[in-house]
Design a protein around this ligand. Structure first.
Ligand SMILES: Cc1ncc(COP(=O)(O)O)c(C=O)c1O
Ligand SMILES: *[C@@H]1O[C@H](CO)[C@@H](O)[C@H](O)[C@H]1NC(C)=O
Ligand SMILES: *[C@@H]1O[C@H](CO)[C@@H](O)[C@H](O)[C@H]1NC(C)=O
Length: 426
């Protein structure tokens, strides 16, 4: 048998849209260029910000007697995964008290989603003998990588309506309708706060409708928590939907709730890849006297980790664990979250004030109402292109702007450029 490696036929893929944008920005030699592309926090000087809580934790770790770079266990750094669960679920979570929680460390939020995709594919199957895995419903629009992660695992992806581009608000009826129409036993991926790319989150009464509807129509909620603390500055406020689902509504559910948690943004350690998966068992699996089911699930998740990365990266997990388990550092981190979230809120307000001053055609108030790192500005593809080519202001083709890229020095320029492209006749 012979095989030929058709090297000449390997197609060149286009660059990842976001990282391609970054490359064009870097290559641009205009001195007043502005990067509103990638979702990473910048301080008022336009520079990456190392959180004071992170610096303090790093010092403590490096000066301690047991500082080392040994391997972690396959399931990760236990003091990190345990305290990470409390960050998202709260200190007094019923799920934790009732031993219904399984947690494992992941390669940030992306790795968490990937583990969950594999786990669903292996174990959340139709009972009819076909063993078909579930359909994953994603918001339209969503973080582009969501689609890729689930499709890569061979799962079927569908979309639920989310952003209504006429009203620039939530299409709640469309969302609820697609919950009704989805085959029973589907998975709905929910952005727990600071929706990417729109910055639009359901209000509490809308969340209740969504979560109750998922229960009524028998679908599994998969929360993606990548921006906890970025919306309001408060960890508990930004976890409201997750905690409500787990502690108030899961009584009613007969299936698990799954959380993919990233610490990339809220501790500003994008490149250290700190994250976790949390699986919360439904109450009807109680009693769990010997944690047999928990251990079985953990063993399956561990097998995925072992075959893909052997064991997760240690350094970032140790830093986050130090912050979460040292009261003064935790307090500092809460202050750091307020620093980041309030600067972003201020930039939203300033941008809209400038647009109003300029009498830019259109209503821009949605930019203030949106939350977290991003704003879906409503600018169209041509306007975004013109912003980049004529003005050196870079944002994603969908019109998503990373508000953290704005600061007091560049905001007037950005507003003026937006004004120009909105008025330009195409
Ligand atoms: C919605 C959403 N989920 C998950 C992630 C995962 O990020 P990371 O893998 O860096 O934790 C991101 C990052 O941009 C995101 O926006
Ligand atoms: C504002 O951001 C720009 C990049 O857009 C940067 O060059 C500048 O230093 C930042 N801050 C201040 C205070 O100028
Ligand atoms: C929504 O926006 C897209 C792209 O900007 C546009 O093509 C479409 O017509 C808009 N839809 C509505 C209903 O306005």
């Amino acid at each position: 048998m012979s095989r030929s490696f058709k090297l000449q036929n390997i197609p060149q893929l286009p660059p990842d849209p976001l990282f391609g944008l970054k490359a064009r920005f870097t290559a641009d030699n205009r001195s007043d260029k502005v990067d509103l592309g990638i979702g990473a926090y910048r301080d008022n000087n336009g520079k990456p910000w190392i959180l004071p809580s992170v610096k303090l934790a790093e010092n403590l770790i490096q000066n301690s007697n047991d500082y080392n770079h040994e391997y972690l266990p396959i399931s990760g750094y236990e003091s990190f995964t345990k305290s990470a669960a409390k960050v998202i679920l709260g200190d007094n979570s019923r799920a934790i008290n009732e031993n219904r929680l399984i947690s494992i460390q992941s390669l940030s939020g992306t790795g968490a989603l990937h583990i969950v995709a594999k786990f669903l594919k292996d174990f959340y199957l139709l009972n009819d003998g076909t063993g078909e895995p579930p359909i994953i419903y994603l918001s339209k629009p969503t973080w582009a990588n969501h689609i890729q992660i689930f499709e890569y695992m061979g799962l079927k992806v569908e979309f639920y309506p989310y952003w209504n581009n006429e009203t620039k608000s939530l299409d709640l009826n469309g969302f609820l309708k697609s919950i009704e129409l989805a085959p029973s036993g589907s998975v709905f991926l929910l952005h727990s706060t600071a929706h990417n790319p729109t910055g639009l989150d359901p209000k509490q009464d809308e969340w209740l409708k969504i979560l109750n509807h998922l229960q009524k129509y028998n679908h599994l909620p998969l929360f993606d928590s990548a921006y906890q603390g970025f919306s309001s500055g408060s960890l508990s406020k930004d976890a409201w939907a997750v905690r409500t689902a787990v502690d108030d509504l899961q009584n009613l559910y007969t299936f698990p709730i799954i959380i993919c948690q990233s610490f990339a943004k809220n501790v500003g350690m994008y490149g250290e890849r700190v994250g976790a998966v949390h699986i919360i068992l439904p109450r009807d699996t109680l009693p769990l006297p010997d944690l047999k089911l928990n251990n079985a699930i953990l063993s399956q998740l561990s097998k995925i980790i072992r075959s893909e990365l052997s064991n997760p990266p240690a350094y970032g997990a140790k830093i986050v664990s130090k912050i979460l388990n040292t009261p003064q550092l935790f307090k500092q981190w809460e202050d750091d979250l307020i620093t980041m979230s309030s600067r972003i809120m201020k930039m939203r307000k300033l941008l809209v004030d400038e647009l109003i001053l300029l009498k830019t055609p259109g209503d821009w108030s949605h930019i203030i109402e949106q939350q977290g790192m991003f704003s879906f500005t409503g600018l169209n593809v041509n306007q975004v292109k013109r912003l980049e080519l004529q003005h050196g202001v870079y944002l994603v083709g969908s019109g998503r702007a990373s508000i953290a890229g704005l600061n007091e020095s560049n905001i007037k320029k950005v507003a003026k450029c937006i004004d120009e492209v909105v008025r330009f006749e195409y």
